[in-house]
Design a protein around this ligand. Structure first.
Ligand SMILES: [Zn+2]
Length: 441
């Protein structure tokens, strides 16, 4: 795949960078030479004649981040986000590829719509956009969408999801798993038992009771995950579980994986850091689906991501216009933005706590999500010969308050004002910078 900004002739020498997982020398510090869109050399003390030099002293090089779960809102809700603004936000966050969820208007349930999104992504050029196809027509949960024609389209869809809604009908879920098996597809489930969450607003517990908001029980998520793990095992087809939010969900996935079943899972940055106690002031910026849970859940989600039970971090970047969020809690839309802050949040939750090292972050935020998403050209460990998709990150940048004014069209970040460590310094897509010195290139 070649985008408008992915094919530049530039040669870049990234000098003195710490390469996550690189064992070529003490401390993993090396120079990386990019040319012709690929990494052509990694070793200390490279000759840089003719190359543009980026002094990367103190920076970490990661394979370009891959998001399995982004809402770009186009077509249909360009007031919240467009492919252009959403992919710019992704690049600023260190991403070189995002999977665009299907709950647009019209829904991405035909070859025509997924091809439209794929073309918009190529035109924007900030990062690669891989459309996700809907599982059911119009996300209505009644009959299967044209999964095969979306798979055969130029967008080559491999991940299918009704995200935003659960595929609640077990027979339909079985049929979807059976259908995608033929072309190595995966069904990504938004696990939310609809009857158990009618009118639900916030995690069911002490906080929902004290605020008088309808509770969203953990079992509504866990029951669907357990059912679908059993279905995936029965069919022998790949299931991916979106935004795992409870300790019990992690335990079920751990059990399913111990059986060798074809199940993968993601967790969002916000579920790794925030809890339902933040809802105490009724600020809908903290309203999200699935809801923020308890600190005990956060501990178990972190542990599950560290031990690989949960495969990867996915943002569930869900932009909304001001009027959809700045209203009464019960009226407000579910969702939070997340692309521009994901790596900083994950540093705070996983690296600064000693749960993962930077090689682990490369695995959970690039290598595994690319593999789960069947995404060619992304998610390769940084080595000679692979496409030059990489992120340069400064983990020692002094903690700075998050400002909700980046490239995204929307401002609904729950991290606004929170001091987070780290800074994305540069992002390269096939050897060409999309971000330099923390700004769009
Ligand atoms: Zn979802």
């Amino acid at each position: 795949m070649t985008g408008a900004r992915g094919t530049g002739p530039d040669r870049w020498l990234i000098r003195g960078v710490t390469v996550a997982g690189y064992g070529g020398c003490a401390g993993g510090i090396a120079d990386i030479l990019l040319s012709g869109g690929s990494i052509v050399a990694i070793e200390p003390g490279l000759n840089h004649s003719g190359a543009r030099v980026l002094d990367a002293d103190g920076l970490i090089a990661l394979p370009g981040l891959v998001d399995l779960h982004t809402h770009l809102r186009e077509p249909g809700r360009e007031d919240a986000e467009t492919v252009e603004t959403g992919t710019a936000a992704a690049a600023l966050g260190g991403y070189t590829a995002v999977h665009a969820m299907a709950n647009t208007d019209p829904v991405a349930d035909t070859a025509g719509v997924v091809e439209q999104v794929w073309r918009l992504g190529r035109a924007a050029g900030h990062c690669d956009v891989q459309p996700v196809g809907a599982v059911t027509v119009g996300l209505a949960g009644a009959r299967l969408a044209e999964l095969g024609t979306m798979a055969d389209s130029v967008a080559r869809v491999r991940v299918f999801s009704d995200d935003g809604r659960c595929v609640a009908d077990p027979l339909l879920m079985r049929r979807a798993l059976e259908y995608v098996k033929a072309f190595d597809g995966v069904i990504a489930q938004h696990a939310q038992e609809p009857r158990l969450t009618e009118g639900a607003q916030l995690n069911e517990g002490e906080m929902s009771a004290s605020l008088g908001l309808a509770g969203w029980p953990a079992v509504a998520e866990e029951a669907i995950i357990a059912r679908d793990c059993l279905l995936a095992a029965h069919v022998g087809s790949a299931l991916h579980i979106c935004h795992v939010s409870t300790a019990g969900s992690a335990e079920i996935i751990r059990w399913a994986k111990s059986k060798g079943w074809p199940v993968t899972a993601e967790v969002t940055p916000h579920h790794l850091l925030l809890t339902d106690e933040l809802a105490s002031g009724y600020d809908p910026v903290f309203k999200v689906n699935p809801p923020l849970r308890t600190s005990a859940d956060v501990v178990e989600l972190r542990r599950a991501l560290a031990d690989g039970t949960i495969d990867c971090v996915a943002t569930d970047h869900a932009p909304h216009p001001v009027e959809a969020k700045e209203t009464e809690w019960s009226e407000a839309a579910f969702g939070m933005t997340g692309l521009e802050t994901a790596l900083r949040v994950v540093q705070e939750a996983m690296v600064d706590t000693g749960l993962l090292d930077w090689a682990g972050i490369a695995d959970r935020m690039s290598i595994r999500p690319a593999r789960i998403g069947r995404l060619a050209g992304h998610g390769s460990p940084l080595e000679v010969g692979v496409p030059a998709n990489l992120t340069l990150y400064d983990p020692a940048s002094p903690p700075a308050a998050v400002v909700p004014a980046g490239a995204s069209k929307s401002r609904n970040t729950p991290f606004a004002g929170l001091e987070l460590p780290g800074r994305v310094v540069a992002t390269f897509l096939r050897g060409t910078p999309t971000v330099l010195d923390g700004k769009l290139a």
